[in-house]
Design a protein around this ligand. Structure first.
Ligand code: ARG
Length: 283
């Protein structure tokens, strides 16, 4: 007796599956680079805001066409970096911690994001007492929160987050000013991570290698175009189209890279993840 092939579409060969996410973004209506608070920013170089808006709209549309919900917060005049929504806070389960920025140029963004988060049905929204730049320096990976420090978010803020969310927080120290936020040097990929070891102290690299023995190690070329500043939904990895080796490394592990051109935002030291705060479900 011959067995007939089932009449249905073939399953994707890999085991990774995307899950629908909720993201918060901020249109770059007031985007500009007229101060410099990281080495990527050149206050004398021109910025094409229309191009920044078009690139940002493409990112938003790409998230939506992949099944994700995008909420937007109203941009405020005088806050050219407000487009970098990742920095506005950390939202996890039924709680959110809003940011308290390190630099006076961005200070007013903290209350702006706090107001938006307070308008959502969280059980508790806490305005931070310690300096933290939200998901710029906090990464939710499985049950734990990885927390960067060295340029912006303070160690005290790591304790504040651990207490507020009642989750283990792993402190990581950054050493290279070009990789001033954790999300410029480390990307969560579901239960594992990709990272660029030279951005961290030796102790932090040892710690990450022990926690994630299967971590993807990014190349210098990819780190230099902020290739690690991407967003993963469990299967798709939205990342800069300038990434070099990373897309192949991701494909080898069963992820599907989705390239995005955010060249204008890079002039401020940001890419895909910087523009995106995830409102993480509890797990
Ligand atoms: N110009 C901004 C700053 O220096 C860029 C922030 C990028 N955001 C991020 N999550 N890495 O603060």
């Amino acid at each position: 007796m011959t067995s007939l092939a089932p009449l249905r579409a073939p399953e994707p060969s890999g085991t990774r599956r995307p899950t629908a996410r909720r993201y918060l973004m901020c249109r770059p209506e007031h985007f500009d680079v007229y101060y410099a608070i990281n080495p990527w920013m050149d206050a004398t170089a021109p910025v094409d805001r229309a191009l920044a808006l078009a690139q940002w709209e493409t990112l938003r549309a790409t998230f939506e066409s992949h099944g994700h919900r995008v909420d937007v917060i109203a941009p405020e005049p005088g806050l050219p970096d407000m487009v970098f929504a990742a920095n506005g806070g950390l939202a996890l389960g039924d709680r959110a911690l809003s940011a308290r920025f390190a630099n006076p140029e961005r200070a007013a963004e903290g209350p702006a994001y706090h107001r938006w988060l307070s308008g959502q049905p969280f059980a508790k929204v806490h305005a931070a007492t310690e300096i933290n730049e939200g998901e710029g320096d906090f990464a939710v990976v499985g049950p734990r929160i990885l927390a960067g420090s060295g340029f912006r978010t303070s160690h005290a803020a790591h304790h504040e987050a651990a207490t507020f969310f009642n989750r283990p927080v792993v402190t990581l120290d950054l050493v290279d000013p070009r990789f001033y936020h954790l999300d410029t040097a480390l990307m969560p990929l579901g239960d594992t991570i990709a990272f660029y070891p030279p951005a961290f102290t030796r102790e932090s690299v040892t710690l990450l290698s022990a926690l994630y023995p299967d971590a993807l190690i990014a190349t210098e070329d990819d780190a230099n175009v902020l290739g690690l500043n991407g967003v993963c939904d469990g299967y798709h990895v939205f990342l800069t189209d300038k990434a070099v080796t990373l897309p192949d490394q991701l494909r080898e592990r069963g992820y599907l890279p989705v390239p995005i051109d955010l060249s204008e935002l890079l002039k401020s030291g940001g890419s895909v993840k910087c523009c995106t705060m995830e409102l993480h479900p509890a797990r």
